[in-house]
Design a protein around this ligand. Structure first.
Ligand code: HT7
Ligand code: ZN
Length: 850
């Protein structure tokens, strides 16, 4: 398979300032005529090369004449004599048999497209790269009954009828890369609303869904309007068309897609009501709606020059959506949530065989690079820039970036240059975060002598594949000192930038022993180990003025006990019990923060802190911790669990926090006493007027061996049988269950009549979730690895992109004992040796072998 390298970038040989597309739509067969206005770019005599994928030209004309053309693999090569020409092609495509869900495909009787990153070439021949920007004119013709609604990017111009068929012509005034093209045809109904921008433009808003789903679109619409207002207020960005459409489809490879003026969404990120969606689902819907909307500027108006620059739009847009969620909810809880994701997904990626930098140097299949590193570590990089510049200079920088590059395809360097030019601050060193992979390891210790304390810092950046030697990174650490006696800030927060291998920082005028509060708000995405005296963490857990640092202190307290217990050492659990108890009893902290703070680190995150992951020992230690907390704090936990709070329709932060704490408390109680826990869980399950409480109880029951488990699973299935998104939860809850027979249970799920490899949400709900179930996947027999591999190979025949996303858990082999290493490698080798394997899965599996 060809490897593409960032250093090989060359501007396109031919530009396409305009394209007209004519679609004759059918579920089985669609015919596409394309007319490209092409212009030679620079003084060369190379032919026009148009990308294609699984398409054959039926006709090729240049300026109205049959062309001189040939195929070079999938690429159509056309001889063009002059510097400008009109190139016409015709192809037939087959949406119903397009199981890859890239290009034009059928989903539940409708037609829709997914073009990012390289799906447009499955629709028509085109230079399918993000630095070729074109004006699009589109005509769609189809059966009126099958496709009453015809949508594409931009604005509608004309419509007409022809017997049983009808047509529509649209035009998008903004030049765009092909990956932002979209078309939807189907029997859809709109939730219609409008938004007036601050300069007075009235924008029509529609969320298109199947008629039965209309009542569940209100939350997404409210989030869209909030996002539009927030982007005006926070970044000065206004919407630029008179129409903004969102369409929900149930078969979708990712979360959603930011096509210009026509966002296409996975139904999971649109549809919600309290009976079928959890509070987390509601929050995710708002987050994804905002994310896709924000792309209109960070991605669409200013796009990427090439796919190596993906983080230019994705890292920045994640940073923007994080800001939106923080401003419209609880900033502290949001930060905790984002860091949890980073540690659970990005840190392991950064320390494994698939590690790559935020701006990768090479790829075989670009779809494999839509990763937590590009998205989430990319967002952390932008956050560090903002921390260093301060909010005002950062905003001046983003204004300049949008102004300077509007209508262009830009690079990560362009972004940094705009921030530097607007702020006068040199960010050269910080750019290492774009090019060096690996999570920096930072050590910190505080030595105090009377009124003076010295903070000692040191860093190393671990080697990653292909990059054995690393330079020290600039690491912005927010630091404060907390008085051991008073619990007050005795040295106010300051920003320390560690930009060498080691450094020291002095604090003077201290009138009591100091506790180190460091990396407050998680100001840098590093793995920080602090040298602590006994009792320090407990005090910080009770008094740190930064809510994130306080959360960290409790988590670290639990982590240290868990690691010791997993290694068979005797450790004192009392400080953990006291810290969790104090947190639960605190009347300063709200329920949401309490819930986050007391939730023990996941088994996978515990494993990441150990030299060798021992899944059984980690599971045992975590069970013991949960049981001890459940038994010792049963009064506090029971009252948190009883706290009915508000009705399910109340989506305030307070009500959501109460519900979150409630199910976490239930989980502890069940760990201490399975029988009583099962009874309590069943009561919560039966009485629930919302999905958060219902699925929270079901999650607890799923891991217990009690009759209530079967009853609840059956009742849940019956109640929600008609709702595929809820049935996904039913599958997911069982795939994540912590049970000795987990693998047998998951095998049964695959045989269930509602399981299918064709729907990515369903496949992820079993295979994706099972891949995250550390205890079950890493069963010493190796049967978990074999089973996941069977699923990957089966999925690869249907949808390689989704199958490739299931490989990374197998790539973690170096972290396990010799026996497991051998078993995992055996399965990776089986994948690589499979004839007809996709390049998606081949790239992931072969790199995973290391
Ligand atoms: N920009 C979107 C990426 C995306 C995608 C990529 C590959 C294959 C399918 C896909 N669907 C959507 C999503 C986003 O980050 O906004
Ligand atoms: Zn995005």
């Amino acid at each position: 398979h060809t490897e593409f390298r960032r250093q090989d970038y060359r501007p396109p040989d031919w530009l396409v300032p305009a394209i007209a597309l004519d679609f004759d739509l059918g579920i089985e067969t669609t015919r596409v005529k394309a007319t490209l206005t092409v212009e030679r770019n620079g003084g060369h005599d190379r032919p026009l090369r148009l990308d294609g994928d699984e398409i054959q030209p039926l006709a090729v004309r240049v300026d109205g004449q049959d062309a001189d053309w040939s195929m070079d693999g999938d690429t159509l090569v056309v001889a063009v004599a002059g510097d400008r020409a009109r190139v016409e092609t015709e192809v037939a495509i087959y949406p119903a048999s397009n199981s890859k869900l890239m290009g034009l495909y059928a989903s539940n009787g409708m037609l829709c497209t997914q073009c990012e990153a390289e799906g447009f070439r499955r629709i028509t021949f085109f230079p399918d790269r993000p630095d070729v920007l074109s004006r699009y004119a589109v005509r769609m013709t189809g059966d009126k009954a099958a496709f009453p609604i015809l949508l594409t990017n931009g604005n509608p111009l004309r419509t007409g009828e022809d017997g049983a068929r009808h047509w529509a012509e649209w035009e998008d005034p903004f030049p765009k890369p092909s990956y932002l093209f979209a078309l939807v045809a189907g029997d859809l109904k709109p939730n219609h609303d409008s938004f007036t921008t601050r300069s007075g433009r009235k924008v029509d808003l529609n969320i298109w869904v199947r008629e039965a789903d209309l009542p569940r679109t209100g939350h997404a619409m409210a989030a869209l309007k909030q996002s539009m207002a927030w982007d005006e207020e926070t970044y000065g960005r206004e919407y630029d068309l008179d129409l903004f459409n969102i369409v929900a489809v149930s078969d979708f490879n990712m979360g959603a897609m930011e096509n210009k003026g026509l966002n296409v969404f996975n139904t999971a990120y649109v549809l919600a009501d309290p009976d079928t969606a959890t509070d987390t689902d509601f929050d995710n819907i708002a987050r994804v709606v905002a994310h896709e909307y924000f792309h209109n500027w960070s991605g669409n108006r200013v796009t990427c020059r090439d796919w190596f620059q993906l983080s230019l739009k994705e890292g920045f847009t994640v940073f923007r959506d994080q800001g939106f969620s923080a401003d419209t909810g609880s900033p502290a809880v949001k930060r905790i949530d984002d860091v949890r994701t980073l540690r659970a997904i990005q840190f392991p990626e950064d320390s494994g065989p698939l590690a790559h930098s935020v701006r990768p140097d090479s790829y075989v299949e670009i779809s494999n690079f839509y990763t937590a590193t590009v998205y989430n570590k990319g967002a952390e990089l932008i956050r560090m820039m903002r921390t260093i510049l301060g909010p005002d200079k950062f905003r001046a920088g983003t204004d300049l970036y949008f102004d300077r590059h509007d209508g262009e395809a830009a690079t990560c360097d362009d972004f940094v240059k705009a921030l530097e030019d607007a702020s006068g601050v040199d960010l050269t060193h910080l750019k290492l975060w774009y090019s060096q992979a690996g999570t920096p390891k930072v050590t910190a210790s505080l030595d105090q002598d009377g009124g003076t304390a010295v903070l000692k810092l040191a860093q190393t950046v671990p080697p990653t594949p292909g990059h054995p030697v690393k330079q020290p990174m600039p690491i912005p650490l927010k630091v404060a000192l907390i008085g051991e006696r008073s619990g007050a800030e005795i040295a106010p927060e300051r920003l320390v930038i560690l930009d060498a291998a080691d450094d020291t920082v002095e604090f003077d005028g201290l009138d009591e022993p100091a506790l180190l509060s460091i990396n407050r708000g998680f100001s840098a995405p590093v793995d920080l180990q602090v040298d602590r005296r006994a009792g320090e963490l407990e005090k910080l857990a009770a008094s740190d003025s930064d809510p994130f640092a306080r959360y960290e202190a409790i988590q670290e307290l639990m982590m240290r006990w868990l690691i010791a217990a997993a290694q068979g050492e005797v450790a004192d659990i009392e400080p953990v019990i006291r810290a969790v108890g104090d947190t639960l009893r605190s009347n300063q902290l709200d329920a949401a923060l309490k819930a986050e703070a007391i939730l023990p680190p996941s088994e996978a995150v515990i494993g990441d802190r150990m030299d060798r992951v021992d899944p059984d020992a980690i599971h045992g230690a975590r069970e013991r911790l949960r049981a001890a907390i459940g038994a010792r704090l049963s009064d506090e936990l029971s009252s948190a669990q009883r706290e009915g709070g508000a009705p399910g329709s109340d989506l305030s932060s307070r009500a959501k926090g109460t519900r979150r704490l409630r199910s976490i408390a239930l989980d502890f109680l069940a760990a201490a006493d399975a029988q009583a826990g099962a009874r309590l869980a069943k009561v919560q399950f039966d009485a629930a007027d919302n999905m958060t409480d219902r699925s929270g109880a079901l999650r607890v029951l799923a891991s217990l061996d009690m009759p209530e488990r079967v009853a609840a699973l059956e009742a849940f299935y019956r109640r929600h049988a008609d709702d595929p998104l809820v049935i996904d939860k039913w599958f997911g809850v069982q795939a994540m269950a912590q049970r000795p027979d987990a693998l047998d249970q998951v095998r049964e799920l695959i045989r269930h009549e509602r399981f299918t490899f064709a729907n990515p949400n369903r496949l992820r709900s079993v295979a994706g979730v099972f891949g995250m179930n550390q205890w079950a996947l890493h069963h010493a027999s190796g049967e978990g690895y074999r089973f996941l591999t069977d699923l990957i190979l089966e999925a690869d025949k249907v949808n390689p992109q989704v199958a490739a996303r299931m490989v990374p858990p197998l790539g973690r082999w170096k972290r396990f004992d010799d026996q497991r290493q051998a078993l995992m490698r055996e399965q990776l080798e089986r994948i690589v040796a499979t004839p007809g394997l996709s390049k998606d899965v081949h790239e992931q599996a072969s790199k995973s072998l290391g």
